[in-house]
Design a protein around this ligand. Structure first.
Ligand code: FAD
Length: 409
């Protein structure tokens, strides 16, 4: 291998990157390891995109490779919107990260001159104080995140849009909101490129190895991209790339999102007039930029292939959503579904994120397991991963939480 070449192609090189750096694989073979400078990140979703951007900002030379492009329609990050909630039961680390994420999202918006975060607030409608709610409140109080309870009588006065029959109280967290998901991934990838990062659209897979060192990844074109370190942030594709290692560690159930049209001239269900909500086993957001009132139900788990699944909702699901809307939001009863999206989660065995080295390689990182709540954390997780990859782990206590664990799937 030509050690002066970072990106090398069997029949050519990948653009201007080829001669850009002096990086090489095989760092672990030398007696004194060099600092990591060259990194390939596979996957430009919320996890890979932010990781690549932070790495680039920290001075590494980074190639970000995605088979369908940043925030594509198959990616778990490819939806219109994702919520940024703060309540996480007793999983305080995620509340901690969200508190920091609020400020980071606002700072990035200012830096990029575009709106990606809508502070809608969040209203969860409840019948009782569950252990989850109690521990969420404790963590929010401890971390200074404003929250309050709104009792039934005040609830029906303040939010007449909801049929609150049988609801005892609402739990409100005003600082939470909605993030533009697909657009956020595109914005991150653009920022990454502006800062000198190289974005490549190609399907890639691990290439040749030397002992415990991966030497490069091969692209569908026959080209090879080499680097010192590789981060596979491939979301629900991780088990396709590493079937042996990821078997029983990650599954991808289908998930649906519906956008209900609001009546003409009626802004009662539109941001900022209504918050994010959760009730009756579903959650959703107010209509943002005219996209419709979002409903994300949880139907039975059907495991899907993220490349091949037809992204269509079923007549049965449509009927259930209309019934749900009529039950909880009577003013929207009979309004049409103006858009529906079908996606998939990438659930780890305990729904914690996965950030760990591949057990067979010293220079390969596995990053994923967003488990239905990862999008909002990309902005923190990417920073965390970038630091670990560069050997500057600032939160060593988190390694056990994000370890690749055996499962029962
Ligand atoms: C319906 C739905 C609702 C959700 N709601 C929320 C929410 O409200 N709040 C929240 O925080 N999170 C939410 N999530 C979860 C969140 O969206 C995901 O956890 C997160 O987006 C995962 O990001 P990722 O980067 O790990 O994966 P992905 O976004 O899937 O990115 C992986 C990327 O890797 C690329 N890739 C894969 N294999 C290869 C290969 N061989 N070569 C090149 N590229 C490859 C893919 O093309 C893809 O772009 C939701 C998810 C879904 C599906």
């Amino acid at each position: 291998m030509n050690r002066r070449t970072f990106l090398r192609a069997a029949g050519g090189s990948v653009g201007a990157f080829a001669a850009a750096r002096t990086g090489t694989a095989g760092a672990s073979q030398r007696s004194a390891p060099r600092p990591i400078r060259d990194v390939v990140v596979v996957g430009a979703g919320a996890f890979g995109g932010w990781t690549a951007l932070y790495l680039q900002e920290m001075g590494a030379t980074v190639a970000l490779i995605d088979q369908y492009g940043a925030g594509n329609s198959r990616a778990s990050s490819g939806g219109e919107t994702r919520q940024i909630r703060a309540g996480y039961g007793d999983r305080e680390i995620y509340t901690r990260w969200v508190v920091q994420a609020f400020d980071r999202w606002k700072a990035r918006q200012a830096e990029w001159g575009r709106t990606l975060f809508f502070q809608t607030g969040e209203l969860s409608l409840n019948q009782e104080w569950t252990p989850y709610l109690k521990s969420s409140k404790e963590a929010l109080d401890k971390l200074g995140v404003e929250n309050y309870v709104i009792k039934h009588d005040d609830l029906i006065r303040k939010y007449p849009q909801v049929n609150a029959d049988g609801i005892d109280f609402g739990f409100v967290v005003p600082s939470t909101g909605v993030l533009k998901a697909r657009e956020g991934c595109v914005a991150v990838a653009q920022a990454f490129q502006r800062k000198g990062g190289r974005l490549v659209v190609a399907k890639t897979e691990p290439g040749r190895r030397s002992g415990r060192t991966l030497l490069g990844v091969s692209l569908g074109t026959g080209e090879t991209v080499s680097a010192q370190t590789f981060v596979f942030a491939a979301g629900p594709w991780l088990p396709k790339i590493f079937p042996d290692v990821m078997k029983k560690k990650l599954v991808s159930p289908k998930r649906e999102e519906f956008f209900i049209g609001t009546p003409p001239g009626d802004e009662r269900f539109t941001y900022p007039n209504f918050p994010n909500w959760s009730v009756g086993g579903a959650y959703g957001f107010p209509s943002i930029e005219g996209r419709g009132f979002k409903i994300a139900p949880t139907f039975d788990d059907v495991f899907v292939d993220p490349d091949a699944q037809e992204r269509l909702v079923t007549p049965d699901e449509v009927a259930k959503v209309h019934e749900f809307v009529g039950r909880w939001f009577p003013a929207l009863r009979g309004q049409p579904i103006v858009e529906a999206k079908v996606c998939q989660y990438e659930n780890s065995v305990d729904e914690h994120f996965i950030v760990d080295r591949h057990p067979e390689f010293d220079n390969v990182w596995l990053v994923g397991g967003g488990s239905g709540h990862g999008y909002k954390h990309g902005i923190m997780l990417g920073d965390y991963v970038a630091n670990r990859v560069l050997g500057q782990d600032k939160s060593p206590e988190l390694a056990a939480t994000f370890k690749l664990k055996d499962g029962t799937f």
